[in-house]
Design a protein around this ligand. Structure first.
Ligand SMILES: [Zn+2]
Length: 98
């Protein structure tokens, strides 16, 4: 089986952007107001076995994607515990960030 291409096919990229209404799925910044181009984020990073499927992709601004990088968890500063980062496919943004 050939290795998975690193590029997200244009039709899949368009579908991810449309599903997100052109908003970053992490900070809700509209793509039209961003100076940088938006990127496709692998929610489960490829380096950790994530695949390039609609279910595992998120539309993300350059800043959010850069900060997230290959992380799936972070330390909660109020508890010191490791917690899972927001997953736009499994969690509701308004509930998670309220
Ligand atoms: Zn963002």
């Amino acid at each position: 089986m050939p290795p998975e291409s690193k590029r997200v096919p244009p039709n899949l990229r368009r579908e991810v952007a449309q599903r997100a209404n052109q908003l970053c799925e992490y900070c809700r910044c509209p793509a039209e107001f961003s100076a940088d181009s938006f990127t496709i984020d692998h929610i489960q990073p490829r380096q950790l076995g994530g695949v390039t499927t609609l279910e595992n992709l998120a539309w993300a601004c350059f800043g959010c994607n850069g900060r997230k990088h290959i992380k799936t968890t972070c330390v909660d500063p109020s508890t010191g515990e490791s917690v899972a980062l927001f997953n736009p496919r499994q969690q509701n943004w308004h509930e998670h960030f309220s």
